[in-house]
Design a protein around this ligand. Structure first.
Ligand SMILES: CC(C)(COP(=O)(O)OP(=O)(O)OC[C@H]1O[C@@H](n2cnc3c(N)ncnc32)[C@H](O)[C@@H]1OP(=O)(O)O)[C@@H](O)C(=O)NCCC(=O)NCCS
Length: 202
């Protein structure tokens, strides 16, 4: 494990300078159920993938059945430790078992609170997008993912069985109280530092 102390995590959009880290991280996740870069195998190269992510961000030219989404890198002291994807709305499959959020932490950086930090930062962004609550789903057997969701305020709602037989737990993370003022979408989101790793990190 690569231990980073006194860290500070920020989320940012990937750019043309991230070519190498994408190559490395994709390789690290090649045998994992959740890939680092969804859909990379369907495009010609890194530039095309950056273009694809831009399309997801803007909600244009998306594959049938896909919703607009933000793909953001979690960065600590200049090192990309993971990524989080925020889907801006739910369609039927996402409502059932996919949820708003998908995230991965690179294997050598796990167990340091980075997934929690990314999820907390993502809730800030989701508020800016006007979402009132976030659906986060995880395999019933994925204990680290479950711990992360619970630590970020997730409330268990139900279990659902995916078409492939996997049982998934569905959690909702509330983003505002009933009487909170209406949040207005404010895109584009600036890749600012969104959360400091202190209160959730022990
Ligand atoms: C799930 C994942 C993102 C967690 O990343 P991480 O940076 O290690 O997560 P954090 O350090 O923020 O928190 C992990 C929590 O899981 C706990 N945990 C780790 N291994 C565990 C295990 N085998 N059993 C139970 N809990 C475990 C940790 O103790 C910690 O909880 P705590 O702080 O309450 O003790 C990472 O394991 C990963 O990328 N997995 C593959 C992709 C994936 O499953 N994504 C989730 C899709 S919903």
């Amino acid at each position: 494990m690569t231990k980073i102390t006194g860290w500070h995590l920020s989320l940012r959009f990937p750019n043309e300078h991230d070519r190498t880290i994408f190559e490395i991280a994709r390789h690290e996740f090649q045998n994992c159920r959740t890939p680092f870069a969804f859909g990379y195998e369907n495009v010609a190269n890194f530039d095309a993938y950056m273009n694809l992510l831009g399309n997801y961000r803007r909600g244009i030219n998306l594959p049938t059945g896909h919703v607009p989404a933000l793909f953001m890198l979690g960065e600590v002291e200049g090192t990309v430790v993971g990524r989080i994807t925020i889907r801006m709305r739910l369609n039927e499959p996402l409502q059932r078992y996919g949820g708003h959020i998908n995230y991965v932490v690179r294997p050598q950086f796990r167990g340091q609170g980075f997934a929690k930090a990314m999820l907390v930062a993502a809730t800030d962004i989701a508020r800016q997008l006007g979402l009132k609550k976030l659906l986060v789903c995880s395999s019933a057997h994925n204990l680290p993912a479950r711990q992360v969701i619970l630590a970020c305020g997730g409330n268990f709602e139900s279990k659902v069985t995916h078409d492939d037989g996997e049982v998934r737990d569905r959690f909702w993370i509330p983003l505002c109280s009933e009487d909170a003022e209406t949040f207005k979408p404010s895109l584009p989101i600036q890749p600012v530092t969104l959360w400091e790793g202190s209160s959730l990190h022990h």
